[in-house]
Design a binder for this molecule. Structure first.
Ligand code: FAD
Ligand code: N01
Length: 546
């Protein structure tokens, strides 16, 4: 194994995380001439695509869009092979980006940041790692990911199980061979919905333990043909520009019409066409699906009918058909043959609503008093989303206050970029920004560009520090809640609301105002001299930039 990069004692910027966010941030900071290093817990780049190697893992935003747009040569030269690239190809792309922009020489792998403490007097962050590094940096940029703190549920007896256990978000770096095995899958979110059909094709038996069903629409994944590739590449920059104006940062067909104005047959035809197209654009069939309960119900019932039509056993079909939340208010899933998989002889569903999961034994999973013996358990149980990776680091800002304390009633931020009381600390796609409600690469690029411009401006103005003002943060949080409350999103017990983590405050975490609107707001604030931010005196930190 290559030797780990030695980290200097002082830097302009420490970036935490070498996913798409951290990599692009490093690239941009080099352009500013700032000294920067990435600290990354994994052994390689790619973040999400480094950790989530479970069978069937792939993106559900089309690869031509789920990719960097900042470099024309990169986007012209890279060739995706499938409409929705598999994990291995996205990881190869991340590695290509790292090599192409020579990023590795500034990344310390296999190193976890454990704490970051602000020294107000000197305007520096002291960053510590699990390898004993102590680094002073003027700025700390958290590119730690919204979905990178994998969550293992506290099911009694979990450690007693004698077979193999896996978490989808922390999958081994080798092929896991399930052939001949009896496999339990716990969870039915996106990760489970992608992996179950692939595991079922290999394993002797798959038992799916479902607490809450999710809505899923087909991917209709396919190889990319030259015509489609040309359609994008002929005017890539223009298309990327259009995508950045969309509410989700994804370019797809919109319909500025209510679901309630069409007659039943016409509406179903609209949904059918979207279903046949596949992917998350299903939710753009009408303009009020996330706003109006009756409109939403038409889409939800359409999908439930699809499930009833696909799954042969009526009881299983009904159990798979979600009724507890409006469609789209939990992240809609995109699958390849998920519902069809329940027609296989070797797959069965255990409905935990009827027979709750009791505990795990040495031999298997017990639900409703029945033991299901298995050889392996796959935990597809999700993440401590949006805040988990940040609160796992002991981050201390002004007055020694920890970020975990500042967020004890739910995350607060100004624009999802900075938190009041934590100067010179930026969060890429932090809570309070569109982040997980968007094409994440679009949102990552926008945040990185904004942060880079901000650091350039601070240098130009001779400021040592910048911090969000408490009042501006308050107003942003209130605005975010107001916009969220106009939608159906807060009705779902989703990870967007923190509802998947026992004890986590129920707050809608991302900003739902839309990518285009949000970008304009961020740009206006910067153009007006960073309104809502307060700056501090002349640079005097450890590695003050030129
Ligand atoms: P990440 O890729 O999560 O990278 C964060 C990195 O920070 C990780 O490598 C982690 O090891 C590191 N890190 C965290 N804490 C520390 C620490 N304390 N010390 C050192 N290192 C640390 N989004 C879409 O827009 N479209 C999709 O189709 C899509 N598909 C997805 C599929 C899956 C299975 C998952 C889980 C997520 C998906 N996402 C998708 C969201 C995805 O997370 C983002 O698109 C994007 O990859 C996030 O990049 P990032 O750099 O912000 O964070
Ligand atoms: O996680 P999840 P995920 N007993 O939180 C269940 C992105 N992503 O990894 O709903 C029994 O959605 C839990 O049940 P319930 C995407 O943004 C994208 O699947 O709490 N069950 C739920 O069913 C996605 O939204 C892709 O009742 C338990 C499941 O585990 C996000 O990542 C692919 C349990 C967790 O579902 C997270 O998806 C993969 C318990 N104790 C991920 N604890 C794409 O396709 C939890 N569950 C692009």
């Amino acid at each position: 194994m290559a030797q780990r990069l030695a980290l200097p004692a002082s830097l302009d910027v420490v970036i935490v995380g070498a996913g798409f966010g951290g990599m692009y941030q490093l690239h941009r900071l080099r352009g500013l001439g700032l000294s920067a290093r990435i600290i990354e817990a994994g052994t390689g780049v790619g973040g999400t695509w480094y950790w989530n190697r479970y069978p069937g893992a792939r993106c559900d935003v089309e690869s031509m869009q789920y990719s960097f747009g900042f470099d024309e040569a990169l986007q012209q030269q890279w060739r995706w092979t499938e409409r929705f690239a598999p994990q291995a190809e996205i990881l190869a792309y991340a590695n290509h980006v790292a090599d192409r922009f020579d990023l590795r020489r500034d990344i310390a792998f296999e190193t976890r940041v454990t704490s970051a403490v602000w020294d107000a007097g000197r305007a520096v962050w002291t960053v510590r790692t699990d390898r004993g590094d102590v680094i002073e940096a003027r700025f700390c940029i958290m590119a730690t990911g919204c979905l990178s703190a994998a969550r293992m549920p506290d099911i009694p007896g979990r450690d007693a199980f004698q077979g193999a256990t896996y978490h989808t978000g922390h999958w081994p770096h080798r092929k896991v061979d399930f052939s001949g095995q009896r496999v339990a899958v716990i969870g039915t979110g996106s990760s489970a919905i992608q992996s179950i059909p692939v595991i079922a094709a290999e394993a002797a038996e798959v038992i799916v333990f479902q607490r809450t069903p999710n809505f899923s629409v087909p991917a209709h994944n396919r190889p990319i043909d030259t015509e489609y590739e040309r359609h994008w590449k002929d005017d890539y920059a223009k298309k990327r520009g259009e995508a950045r104006r969309m509410r989700t940062g994804i370019l797809y067909e919109l319909n500025d019409q209510s679901a309630l104005v069409q007659a039943e047959a016409e509406r179903r035809a609209t949904y059918e066409r979207r279903w046949q197209t596949g992917s998350t654009q299903f939710m753009a069939a009408f303009n009020d699906l996330i706003l109006h309960p009756a409109a939403n119900e038409t889409a939800a019932e359409f999908v439930r009918d699809k499930i009833r039509g696909i799954v042969k056993d009526p009881k299983t079909a009904e159990a798979l058909a979600p009724k507890d939340h409006p469609i789209g208010t939990k992240r809609i899933c995109v699958d390849t043959g998920y519902y069809e998989t329940f027609n296989r002889d070797n797959v069965r569903l255990v409905n935990l609503k009827e027979t709750p999961l009791d505990h795990i034994t040495a031999a298997g999973v017990v639900a409703g008093g029945v033991e299901y013996p298995v050889d392996a358990i796959v935990f597809a149980t999700g993440f401590d989303a949006m805040t988990g990776t940040l609160t796992r680091i002991d981050i201390r800002g002004e007055g020694g206050q920890s970020l975990a304390e500042a967020w004890q009633d739910g995350p607060v931020s100004y624009l999802g970029l900075m938190v009041a009381g934590f100067p010179n600390l930026f969060t890429i796609t932090g809570p309070g920004s569109p982040s997980v409600l968007s094409n994440m690469i679009v949102s990552i690029e926008q945040h990185v560009d904004w942060i880079t411009d901000c650091l350039g401006w601070l240098r130009q103005q001779g400021h040592a520090s910048i911090a969000a003002e408490a009042t501006a943060q308050h107003d942003w949080v209130v605005h975010g809640m107001e916009v969220a409350n106009r939608t159906l999103y807060p009705q779902a017990a989703s990870w967007y609301m923190g509802a998947n983590i026992p004890g986590k405050p129920r707050v809608f975490m991302p900003y739902i105002g839309g990518v285009g609107v949000y970008r304009d707001r961020c740009a206006e604030i910067a153009a007006a001299g960073y309104t809502g931010f307060v700056t501090g005196g002349p640079a005097q930190g450890a590695a003050a930039a030129e």
